[in-house]
Design a protein around this ligand. Structure first.
Ligand code: B4P
Length: 197
């Protein structure tokens, strides 16, 4: 089983690249953002709790998202690998994920970290807000708040996996195809090393 974390600030292209990576490598895509938006659309109690955080650009409490990921792992016992998109987003979530994967006798193979400048992030998200219908994409103050949350709470996740020598940084600006090629090259190199280890 080969598990990937696609990491980066809001608007860095995680959702965009996940679609392509899951198709190429046959991975099960787990996006906590999508899972939370599904809960909101279904008006579940979990969705109602998450909505106020998300609309204001604040991270949803750790136990809520960790519980969702735990259920998703249980629900996919035959997956050949998972692609985690937008998760983990805090040190506590990273530690919980490592423990959950160990219970399933697997681990993270690589963390792909997309690097994009802040002005480009804001412009992409405002642009997506014209059509996405997402409350967190239309207001620049909320977008800036999401970027602040990323620096305050999420950067620690890269440090966590850097200590385990799992992080590869990839330039997230340029065409979607060029970025996809760079991500694939990093995965293939890691897999080759694993095959010969
Ligand atoms: P997410 O749904 O994860 O959304 P996101 O960070 O905004 O990034 P996304 O992946 O959707 O966008 P992408 O970069 O692909 O999170 C939303 C909220 O959910 C969070 O703020 C938080 O409240 C909550 N949440 C989710 N997970 C959580 C967790 N684990 N813990 C706590 N809370 C959690 O794309 C952005 C735009 O850029 C798109 O329009 C795309 O078309 C465009 N784009 C992509 N690549 C491009 C390129 N190369 N060039 C130009 N444009 C590009």
């Amino acid at each position: 089983m080969f598990n990937i974390i696609l990491f980066g600030p809001p608007g860095s292209g995680k959702g965009t690249q996940s679609e392509k990576l899951m198709q190429k490598y046959g991975l099960k895509h787990l996006s906590t953002g999508d899972l939370l938006r599904n809960e909101i659309a279904a008006k579940t109690p979990l969705g109602m709790e998450a909505k106020s955080f998300m609309d204001n650009g604040i991270l949803v409490p750790d136990e809520v998202v960790t519980g969702m990921i735990s259920s998703a792992l249980e629900a996919n016992p035959n997956a050949s690998g998972f692609l985690f998109d937008g998760f983990p987003r805090t040190q506590a979530q990273a530690e919980a994920l490592d423990k959950l994967l160990a219970l399933h006798k697997t681990e993270i193979g690589i963390v792909l970290a997309l690097e994009v400048g802040e002005d480009e992030l804001v412009s992409r998200l405002l642009n997506r807000g014209l059509t996405s219908g997402r409350a967190d994409d239309v207001n620049e103050l909320v977008i800036r708040e999401r970027i602040i949350e990323y620096h305050k709470k999420t950067m620690a996740v890269a440090e966590h996996y850097q200590m385990l020598d799992k992080v590869v940084y990839v330039k997230g600006e340029g065409t979607v195809e060029d970025i996809f090629s760079a991500l694939c090259a990093a995965i293939d190199e890691k897999n080759e090393i694993a095959d010969f280890a």
